[in-house]
Design a protein around this ligand. Structure first.
Ligand code: MLT
Length: 317
């Protein structure tokens, strides 16, 4: 029997076509982001390829009697109950690096959105206004950028920013050296120093027990009131209530969030309508280029797993 593969969460069509054209696999039609369809079809599937929308928790996994393999087509695996996967013998992989450039570019684009106030300027123009003085902004050049988490994506953000001659600070207890050829990069030992010294703060840690709620109101109290804050890593790292409070009290100038404690963030929540907060719907990895690369890697990993009995890029608990 051919392994049945279910590809979910708006993956690029390339991976469907490759799987369909490979006689070793049986591929479900595109699930088109519907979690009802995903939950129904997953019950019979041998492998799932998912992004962040599908959340294989214990209840979900226990229904999937044939499931052997989950590929997280992206970086973060916090949406998967990996402990339970291990208990019931399901292997988990991700696609390391494949969407990192898009994630880094999105974080940088949010920095510019905040620095140049473009999202607010657009809203104002849509209202028929011409309010040039209200939307005067700041340059990124020569600013201090504080990067929390200096793994693959954090380092890529630093590398891409170099053309703007920033001073770069990073906080990451696990990184002792890096190979970015730029003199103006300094490691700080306390995350508080990032908040005290940076004009622009960007978060690039994974969501794990140690990083859950790691950024709170007390951190924003250390900032200058002109600081801008970007989180395109994971919701749950910054305490959302604390960020809202800090924004409303103008402890920082503005913030942009691409990720949320509860996704999808739909309807009207406390995060909606905060004047100095910009929201995007988890778009970090959402480019044609990134989705092509993650699809290629996931396809290769499926072939290795089912045809060559070789598990690549395993994510362990
Ligand atoms: C990731 O962890 O790679 C991101 O969530 C990107 C995504 O799949 O949307």
């Amino acid at each position: 029997m051919k392994p049945k593969i279910l590809v979910c969460d708006g993956m690029s069509s390339d991976i469907f076509n490759k799987l369909k054209n490979n006689e070793n696999f049986d591929v479900y039609p595109e699930a088109k982001n519907s979690q009802e369809v995903v939950a129904k079809e997953a019950v019979e599937a041998d492998a799932l390829v998912i992004r962040s929308a599908t959340k294989p928790n214990q209840e979900f996994l226990d229904k999937c009697k044939n499931l052997k393999y989950i590929i997280r087509a992206g970086e973060g695996t916090d949406n998967i109950d990996k402990v339970h996967c291990k208990e019931i013998g399901i292997k988990v992989s991700n696609t390391p690096g494949a969407n990192n450039n898009s994630a880094a570019e999105h974080a940088i684009s949010l920095m510019f959105t905040l620095l140049r106030k473009t999202a607010w300027a657009n809203s104002s123009m849509q209202e028929g206004e011409w309010n040039k003085s209200m939307f005067s902004g700041n340059e990124l050049t020569n600013k201090t950028v504080g990067i929390i988490g200096f793994g693959r994506i954090g380092q890529l953000v630093a590398k891409r920013l170099i053309g703007f001659d920033p001073e770069i600070l990073f906080f990451d207890p696990y990184i002792t050296s890096h190979s970015i050829g730029y003199d103006n990069i300094t490691k700080v030992d306390k995350v508080e120093d990032i908040f005290k010294k940076s004009d622009i703060i960007t978060v690039h840690v994974p969501l794990v027990a140690q990083t859950k709620n790691m950024i709170t109101y007390d951190h924003f109290k250390l900032c200058s009131s002109n600081t801008i804050f970007v989180n395109a890593a994971r919701g749950g790292i910054v305490n959302e209530e604390d960020l809202i409070k800090a924004l409303k009290e103008n402890l920082i100038r503005s913030a942009a969030l691409d990720v949320f404690g509860n996704e999808p963030l739909k309807g009207k929540t406390d995060l909606h309508g905060v004047e100095n907060l910009i929201l995007t719907p988890h778009l970090g990895g959402s480019t044609a280029e990134a989705q092509f690369r993650v699809g290629e890697m996931a396809y290769h990993q499926l072939k290795e797993f089912f045809i060559n009995d070789n598990l690549l890029n395993e994510v362990r608990v």
